[in-house]
Write a protein that binds this ligand. Structure first.
Ligand code: F6P
Length: 324
């Protein structure tokens, strides 16, 4: 396959480091002698034909910026009609290959386009870290540090007032970011969607922490855990006398998605964006590039889209053991 023009898009939830990946894609494409186009608003923008020319100067001053300069959009390429329309838009723009940056939905769209004949390489970016085929997705490290900064501040006030805090961490379907946050913050309790729990069990853990002489109790709850963080905080507050601490709720929400990318996400975005172009130049397509043990590896896009990364039970046991 000969590539003259490459397009790049960011789809789904934004994350810090996506801009570094766009920049690396465009500059590596220029190095290969290719033209570049940016697609605004992910697959939604692709279906509407929203292309912008991108040269090396157009991607200046963005490696340090959070979010994604191309914008993202919702909506999937999940019908033959949409895939056909997307291909038509790419052909109208004379695009020969595409780099798709985002989470599992982005990889699914990339897989559909690749199966329909468009050369596509995916780059994993999602603060939830639920994508297989890479140790970390772009954005995870910055989101983790944002959550840690918040929890360190909360601990200061929680210790001073001998209180408990339920902190909701991003992760609608996965507890990876919550687990990393709980371990690094030294939280007393962790609740994730992958592991069933009851408010009664957590109340007993909080009470045990109080009896052990803890001055505070940090309870990290992933967004997708059930009961939810709000339900848990209400249940704990309702039995304040029994657990020993008053309980507050804090939802970090989209705060974790924004902000300047930390060094690790700038490197990861740069490495994976560059690797995506190298793979396309080698004639590869239908794969996602990730970093495993520091080495770039590829995973079929369809696999990256279909599977959610598993939370290892040993990691949960370790988090629980260290919380004592
Ligand atoms: O993917 C990151 C994330 O923060 C998820 O954990 C969360 O479910 C989702 O984004 C929320 O995004 P939105 O409000 O844009 O749907």
């Amino acid at each position: 396959m000969t590539i003259h023009t490459l397009a790049v898009l960011t789809h789904g939830e934004d994350g810090p480091g996506m801009n570094a990946a766009i920049r690396a894609v465009v500059r590596m494409a220029t190095h290969e002698g290719w033209q570049s186009r940016g697609v605004r608003r992910g697959f939604a923008g692709l279906l509407a034909g929203e292309f912008v020319p991108l040269g090396t100067r157009d991607v200046s001053g963005m490696i340090e910026r959070g979010g994604t300069r191309l914008g993202t959009g919702e909506g999937q390429l999940d019908t033959p009609l949409r895939v056909r329309e997307a291909l038509r838009r790419l052909n109208e723009e004379a695009v020969d290959a595409l780099v798709v940056i985002g989470g599992r939905e982005a990889m699914a769209g990339g897989a559909a386009l690749s199966a329909a004949g468009m050369p596509v390489v995916g780059v994993p970016a999602c603060i939830d870290n639920d994508i297989v085929g890479t140790d970390r997705a772009i954005g995870v490290d910055t989101a983790l540090n944002t959550a840690l900064d918040a929890l360190d501040r909360i601990r200061d006030t929680a210790s001073s007032q001998q209180e408990a805090f339920v902190a909701e961490i991003a992760g609608r379907q996965s507890g990876h970011l919550a687990l990393l946050t709980a371990v690094a913050a030294g939280a007393e309790v962790l609740c994730v969607p992958e592991q069933p729990y009851t408010c009664q069990e957590v109340a007993e853990q909080v009470s045990a922490a109080y009896v052990r002489g803890k001055q505070h109790c940090l309870i990290v709850v992933a967004e997708g855990a059930r009961p939810s963080a709000a339900e848990l905080a209400a249940a704990l507050e309702a039995c304040r006398e029994e657990v020993g601490f008053a309980t507050h709720l804090i939802i970090l929400g989209h705060l974790q998605r924004g902000g300047a990318p930390l060094a690790q996400d700038r490197f990861l975005g740069t490495d994976l964006g560059a690797a995506a172009v190298v793979r396309l130049a080698q004639g590869q397509s239908g794969v996602m590039v990730g970093l495993v043990d520091g080495v770039p590896v590829t995973t079929p896009l369809a696999e990256a889209a279909a599977q959610s990364r598993v939370l290892e039970p040993e990691q949960l046991v370790m988090a629980d053991t260290l919380a004592r």
